[in-house]
Design a protein around this ligand. Structure first.
Ligand code: AGV
Ligand code: CA
Length: 329
């Protein structure tokens, strides 16, 4: 990864969950990130909600020229409707309702075709951050494998390699992570592709629960931006099934890799395989031969938490400085 000072062109493909929306907000606080486009995968959300929330945040950050493309490809294993409905809250909170979102840069193309076109046209390599299933990028890599050369790094939140998964379905043995399970063939296509992948699996994110201590620390920074983030996170504490802090910094960790220094995490490299059949569809497991894949195996939780809270405090940033947020909100 480039140094923190260099500009990183980034395409952000998310699936509209509350932490996906928080992750988009996080990228907008990063001065080194040059956001080139936002793709939406209609997985852990309903696409309309994800679109409105994305547009509101881009409007807030005065980045209304950033293209947003809505995905139309879907995986075979849908997310529970209760989870998909939950993120509507993101654009229904007063602070978000007050933002009059611009629709000027909504793409007429579905996300997979917009992404193909962007990669074909760009002379420069781009980093992708995927915080949902890899369906859009997998389609591009399957139909246009040479476009892998346009990718600097693909950071993907997904998979569970040496730990148990988080899928609890009647026909599943619990070994898969949800983003990998939603579209197991896309997961397989990504992992076996020539794309320079850096996976962020549950192995890494399990060390980062969104607990009361984290929310309390964020709340005490007491800025307009940290309040917006804290209110979004507050809506996750009733996440089904546990009703208490079952959320983790899943997508947030993946996004933070754009800004974290290497002391914050360690990377392993292994050959990985993906199951595409029951009862372990979407399981990502190590094997003895195949394509080596880099994955984040450990994090220093305190460094990650300090980084995230500092970004959301916002008073040292030009974009989304506390003052700016107060004016817009
Ligand atoms: O498996 C983690 C992924 C992340 O991309 N998502 C949520 C994050 O956006 C699926 C998920 C797992 N458990 C969930 C999830 C829960 N309790 N509620 C909503 N989504
Ligand atoms: Ca997600």
């Amino acid at each position: 990864m480039k140094s923190k000072q260099a500009t990183i062109p980034v395409i952000f493909d998310h699936d509209g969950g509350i932490d996906d929306i928080l992750s988009l907000l996080l990228t907008l606080t990063m001065e080194q990130v040059d956001l080139k486009g936002v793709c939406i995968t209609p997985a852990d959300c309903y696409a309309d909600d994800a679109l409105v929330s994305s547009l509101k945040l881009l409007t807030l950050a005065e980045r209304t020229e950033v293209p947003v493309a809505v995905g139309e490809l879907v995986g075979p294993n849908p997310f529970p409707p209760e989870w998909r409905a939950q993120p509507r809250i993101c654009h229904t909170m007063p602070a978000m309702l007050r933002i009059n979102e611009s629709r000027e840069a909504v793409s007429a193309l579905p996300a997979h075709l917009w992404l193909k076109q962007y990669l074909q046209d760009t002379p420069d390599k781009v980093t992708m951050v995927l915080t949902g299933p890899a369906t859009n990028l997998a389609w591009v890599l399957q139909h246009y494998p040479a476009l892998a050369e346009k990718l600097q790094t693909v950071i993907w939140m997904g998979g569970a390699i040496t730990v148990k998964g988080n899928v609890a379905m009647h026909d599943h043995n619990g070994s898969a992570e949800w983003n990998a399970y939603w579209d197991p063939k896309a997961t397989q296509a990504l992992i076996t592709s020539r794309a320079p992948l850096l996976m962020v699996p549950l192995d890494a994110t399990n060390a980062l629960p969104v607990n009361k201590a984290f929310l309390q620390t964020l709340a005490h920074t007491d800025t307009a931006l940290s309040d917006l983030a804290g209110q979004l996170w507050a809506n996750t504490v009733t996440a089904i099934p546990a009703y208490e802090f079952t959320y983790f910094l899943w997508d947030i960790l993946a996004t933070s890799l754009l800004g974290l220094t290497e002391e914050a995490y360690s990377v392993s490299e292994d050959c990985l395989q993906v199951s595409v059949t029951t009862p372990n569809a979407g399981q990502t497991y190590r094997c003895s031969s195949g394509n080596p894949v880099r994955w984040v195996s450990q994090v220093n939780p305190q460094i990650v938490i300090d980084y995230v809270i500092n970004q959301f405090t916002g008073d040292h940033k030009k974009l989304l400085s506390s003052q700016n947020v107060n004016e817009v909100l």
